[in-house]
Design a protein around this ligand. Structure first.
Ligand SMILES: [Zn+2]
Ligand SMILES: [Zn+2]
Length: 145
């Protein structure tokens, strides 16, 4: 049944692209499918590799262009991790990331946890924080024990 809900999610996202006046293309649909299926965080190169399993003729630049379109429509976010890697995730729920330096796992952190930081920055520094998805590095629970 999970597969069925993925298909609905892909359709819903493609619907948003069409509603913005853009065309439904195989490349857009394939890239969205990979992002939905991966359930989390994936680099542009990994997206390209998976898309090419079904569409060998699709080049990486098409994947990058598609990702740019999806970003313009606020469908995906580009997330910079502190180790220099860049991944994409769906923007359906805002979160930050706890990245384990040892096992490479990525855990989602609700933005609400940063609200006190946001408040302190405003009160003590007069700085208004715009929360963009962050990758915070450290050791996960399993690797610490
Ligand atoms: Zn994420
Ligand atoms: Zn770990």
């Amino acid at each position: 049944m999970a597969h069925e809900s993925h298909r609905n999610q892909v359709e819903e996202i493609v619907g948003r692209i069409v509603a913005s006046g853009r065309r439904r293309t195989m490349s857009r649909q394939a890239v969205i499918q990979v992002i939905v299926d991966c359930h989390g965080h994936i680099s542009a190169d990994d997206i390209a590799t998976r898309v090419q399993e079904d569409f060998p003729s699709m080049d990486v630049s098409t994947v990058y262009r598609t990702l740019e379109t999806l970003r313009e429509l606020d469908i995906v976010d580009r997330v910079y991790f502190a180790d220099g890697s860049t991944v994409y995730h769906l923007r359906d729920h805002q979160h930050h990331h706890l990245c384990c330096e040892k096992c490479g796992s990525v855990q989602e952190l609700p933005v609400s946890l940063m609200e006190s930081v946001e408040k302190d920055l405003l009160e003590e520094f007069g700085f208004e924080l715009h929360q963009r998805p962050l990758g915070l590095f450290g050791l996960c629970k399993a690797c610490r024990s």
